[in-house]
Design a protein around this ligand. Structure first.
Ligand code: SAM
Length: 286
């Protein structure tokens, strides 16, 4: 890892805490993108964004695969997948779920892996590297090293697809909690969170992560020798009235039309900072 020794050990401690968090969370992580209508929109946005880069027969490294929602998607699109996660519990759930869905044949191997260290893979090993649901937000000061590693292991025409937690989108989506921070802990804490995106500034916060703006994410990609292919928010209008959204979902025709509009809105430059996550596709600069 890069960085000064104390920086590295602070990063290690944070990653350890997140591994324990996901080990303890266990099956609760499974229904994050199915249990409510906004979650189902998030799944659709992530799925459609990823599908643009999938072709049959690709070798894919999935990082932070969790319980396997996108492992299954990759298998359905004909990929061979190296499935990894920092949490052994999530990896075990991944195996159970992917097997139950009848897609275990698509899994080349399953391993624990920390996104900060992909050095075990040779250069240009994968057609696509997928890190959905935040692994880059859990690299804690090592995101440059982590992303540079991912760009190293994709083929020259390969793609890194990732989603990170959004700073301004979280501010919008979790408005009551976010504004309570200043009341409970004072403006120094909120200033530090807004300045750095780092939730480790909040005393006692268990689920910590680094949130990004679109500008910071694009700068990270450029600094690591990559170029942006596309970007998107997740979600945009679907963070608004959940009752209206549930009504729309009941009509297959309206739902399909809504998802088409929502996908277009999320991809627009003006919306990229406005959802709970920011999605990015990047490749190595020639
Ligand atoms: C929110 S879940 C996302 C799961 C799945 N990718 C999805 O989008 O449904 C985040 C996953 O990232 C894993 N993770 C957290 N920190 C990581 C790290 N430093 N390296 C690799 N995986 C990590 C967690 O264990 C968890 O399974």
């Amino acid at each position: 890892m890069t960085g000064a020794p104390d920086e590295a050990s602070s990063s290690d401690r944070s990653v350890d805490a997140i591994r324990r968090y996901y080990d303890d969370l266990g099956e609760e992580e499974q229904d994050r993108l199915t249990k409510d209508v906004a979650g189902r929109v998030s799944f659709e946005i992530h799925h459609r964004f990823l599908a643009q880069y999938l072709t049959k027969g690709q070798r894919v490294l999935e990082i932070g695969a969790g319980p396997g929602r996108f492992t299954t998607v990759l298998a359905q699109h004909g990929a061979r997948v190296v499935v990894t996660d920092i949490s052994p519990v999530q990896l075990h759930l991944n195996e159970l779920n992917v097997t139950a869905a009848g897609h275990e044949h698509a899994v080349e191997v399953r391993r624990t892996l920390d996104i900060r260290n992909s050095s075990r893979f040779p250069d240009e090993s994968f057609d696509l590297v997928l890190a959905y649901g935040g692994p880059l937000s859990y690299a804690f000061d090592q995101e440059h090293h982590a992303l540079a590693g991912l760009l190293r292991i994709v083929k020259p025409d390969g793609v890194v697809v990732a989603s990170v937690m959004s700073l301004w989108g979280s501010w919008r989506a979790r408005f009551p909690g976010a504004t309570q921070l200043a009341i409970r802990y004072g403006t120094d804490i909120t200033d530090a969170v807004v300045r750095t995106g780092d939730l480790r500034h909040v005393p006692g916060m268990v689920h910590v992560c680094r949130m990004f703006t679109w500008e910071q994410l694009t700068a990270l990609v450029t600094d690591c020798g990559g170029e942006i292919l596309s970007g998107s928010a997740s979600n945009w209008a679907s963070l608004e009235d959940q009752t209206v959204l549930a009504d729309i979902e009941r009509s297959p025709q309206l739902w399909e039309r809504f998802l088409a509009y929502e996908t277009a809105a999320c991809a627009s430059l003006g919306a990229r900072d406005g959802g709970t996550h920011i999605l990015v596709a990047a490749r190595r600069r020639a």
